[in-house]
Design a protein around this ligand. Structure first.
Ligand SMILES: NC(=O)c1ccc[n+]([C@@H]2O[C@H](COP(=O)([O-])OP(=O)(O)OC[C@H]3O[C@@H](n4cnc5c(N)ncnc54)[C@H](OP(=O)(O)O)[C@@H]3O)[C@@H](O)[C@H]2O)c1
Length: 290
């Protein structure tokens, strides 16, 4: 008899479904608002991974009917110049969402720039006002990656109530908001990080395990409870023996697929969901103008 293999949590297919729903929503709202929604993605410097992410965001925007107001700045652009650009986008009625593609060159202060964005146009949901709304359980723009994970779990009708959820990673981008969203869904949440003792003992306790670390294959099969739901947020570019780049997650997929009940692939899991929620946030801000 074949060993049981985890069911894949297919973020790519779900993201495409969300794109179609957004496209339809935009068509309904367009006559009332009198324009298409607009998203401005600001990129500074020439990081090739960031450039690929920005191109992808613009491609999906075009597909669903969101106008792109993206701008690409040279590496030496100053903080003051970027602040001025953000201020003018805040005032621009055609723009519903603004995001600064991270990482930024070292001389720039990313947090200070994020705080220049009007919280109602904060498509990435990373402004302190929106993070504060999440802490308080108030409506607001949610951080895209953790909100994408929650939407994926919901699609597969995974019940979180009372379950042990473990989030590995405590960044403001993923780990912390992820833990808060799981808490909001009534899971019992543990956050592990680089100073946690005996990570395997913590992760083996998880009914729902979210890895958001940035360490290829950190989570091995023996660290996972049989039947757990495992979500791999990690996106690590590694070079294989043939010298080719490959994207791998934080979870050792080949080992964990025979232990978990559900598992996200990398690529095709959380990545496309992040972009889908970014567009959903933009359309939500747009809909507030109807
Ligand atoms: N799929 C997507 O759309 C998407 C979106 C965003 C990020 N990502 C990926 O998700 C990963 C995490 O991103 P991030 O921005 O959250 O990274 P980050 O800011 O570097 O945070 C990494 C977190 O992992 C913890 N950590 C590091 N080594 C560890 C270890 N050996 N054991 C336990 N915890 C450890 C760190 O702990 P300390 O706090 O103690 O340092 C930190 O909290 C990256 O691979 C990134 O590329 C994917």
């Amino acid at each position: 008899m074949d060993a049981k293999i985890a069911q894949l949590l297919d973020g790519k297919t779900l993201a495409e479904k969300i794109h179609s729903e957004l496209q339809q929503r935009i068509q309904e709202l367009h006559p009332k608002i009198g324009r298409a929604p607009g998203l401005a993605v600001l990129m500074v410097g020439d990081n090739p991974a960031s450039a690929a992410y920005v191109r992808n965001k613009e491609r999906v925007c075009q597909k669903v009917g969101i106008a792109s107001f993206g701008q690409h700045f040279p590496s030496e652009t100053t903080q003051a110049e970027l602040e001025q650009v953000i201020q003018s986008l805040n005032q621009d009625d055609r723009v519903d969402g603004i995001l600064v593609q991270l990482p930024l060159p070292d001389h720039l202060d990313a947090i200070a720039l994020l705080h220049q964005i009007d919280p109602n146009k904060d498509a990435d949901g990373l402004h302190s006002v929106n993070l504060g709304r999440l802490v308080r359980g108030e409506r607001g723009l949610r951080s895209c990656t953790p909100a994408g994970v929650m939407r994926l779990l919901e699609e597969y009708e995974i019940n979180l109530k009372g379950k042990q959820a473990v989030v590995v990673g405590r960044s403001i981008l993923v780990g912390k908001p992820m833990a808060l969203m799981l808490l909001e869904a009534d899971a019992t949440v543990t956050i592990a990080h680089s100073r946690s003792h005996d990570l395997a003992a913590i992760t083996r306790n998880a009914d729902i395990l979210i890895a958001a670390v940035g360490r290829p294959n950190l989570i091995t099969g023996d660290m996972v409870k049989p039947g757990a739901i495992v979500v791999d947020v990690g996106m690590n570019r590694i070079t294989d023996d043939a010298g080719n780049f490959r994207l791998v997650g934080d979870v050792n997929f080949d080992e964990v697929k025979s232990v978990a009940e559900f598992l996200t692939p990398v690529p095709g899991g959380v990545g496309p969901m992040t972009v889908a929620i970014l567009l959903q946030n933009t359309v939500w801000s747009y809909s507030q103008k109807s």
